[in-house]
Design a protein around this ligand. Structure first.
Ligand code: FPP
Length: 245
């Protein structure tokens, strides 16, 4: 198994809220979309580092259900960026062994964006080194509701609906829950990201704006994670599963 620079075993799943693109651009008197473009470059860098560190799942928040309320210019800029990112980086990601999945509500995006998603997912479906889940038009509450809707549509009776069963309908059903949740940009919020899945994630917040997030920043987060004492509701020293207060 790969190790982080500190020698610790890496988290299996890292989730990131890539915040701060707009402020990065504002500081340079650039349009906000220029910050998002730099954000894509940061993401491409971090994907490589995650693969090198042996992280198996990376889930990033690229566009939330609430982001539609941003200025039209920024929304259309993000949609175009989604398509140009697939065109520019798909070959490289495919060669790196990255499998891309888009999680989110596909109903509201254009046919062109959907076609880019299909291309990214189908072109990398055979890869398994790193699973990159891009949350686009995603909201944690939407995810829980759509999972319940699917379960009901499958005819599940109330008593059959367990946490485990519902997890099987969530957008990240193919991945373990995130071990480490990172948010850049200095805000201390979950912002309707993976609400169901972060129940026991370790949270890490940094003031670093996303376009500046690099290998050293990720390693600092991994080193911090390695020092956490994860108990999952148990008491230290008690056998796993033993009742605890
Ligand atoms: C939050 O920063 C960031 C976003 C809403 C978009 C994140 C998107 C990317 C990094 C690009 C990835 C895109 C693709 C196509 C995979 P913000 O704009 O809220 O920053 P601010 O808080 O400084 O205003």
């Amino acid at each position: 198994m790969s190790k982080t620079p500190s020698g610790a075993v890496p988290p299996a799943h890292v989730a990131i809220v890539m915040d701060g693109n707009g402020r990065w651009a504002n500081k340079r008197f650039l349009p906000r979309v220029a910050g998002h473009k730099q954000g894509v470059d940061a993401l491409v860098r971090i994907v490589q580092v995650c693969a090198d560190r042996g992280i198996r799942h990376l889930t990033v928040f690229a566009f939330s259900s609430e982001n539609w309320r941003r200025p039209e210019e920024e929304v259309s800029g993000l949609m175009s960026l989604m398509m140009s990112t697939v065109a520019k980086h798909l070959g490289r990601l495919e060669a790196q062994g990255v499998r891309i999945r888009i999680i989110g509500d596909r109903a509201m995006v254009s046919d062109k964006v959907r076609a880019a998603w299909d291309e990214a997912e189908q072109g990398t479906a055979h890869n398994s080194r790193l699973n990159l889940n891009v949350a686009f038009n995603y909201g944690g509450r939407w995810d829980i509701v759509q999972a319940c809707q699917q379960a009901l549509a499958d005819g599940l009776r109330p008593e059959e609906l367990t946490e485990e069963r519902l997890s099987g309908y969530m957008a990240l059903r193919h991945a373990p829950d995130p071990d480490l949740f990172i948010r850049t940009g200095g805000e201390y919020r979950i912002s309707n990201f993976l609400l169901w899945q972060v129940a026991y994630s370790e949270l890490y917040f940094t003031d670093c704006l996303w376009p500046d997030f690099d290998e050293a920043q990720l390693d600092a987060a991994l080193a911090d994670f390695a020092r956490r004492d994860r108990r999952f509701g148990l008491v230290k020293g008690n056998p796993a599963g033993a009742p605890s207060a």
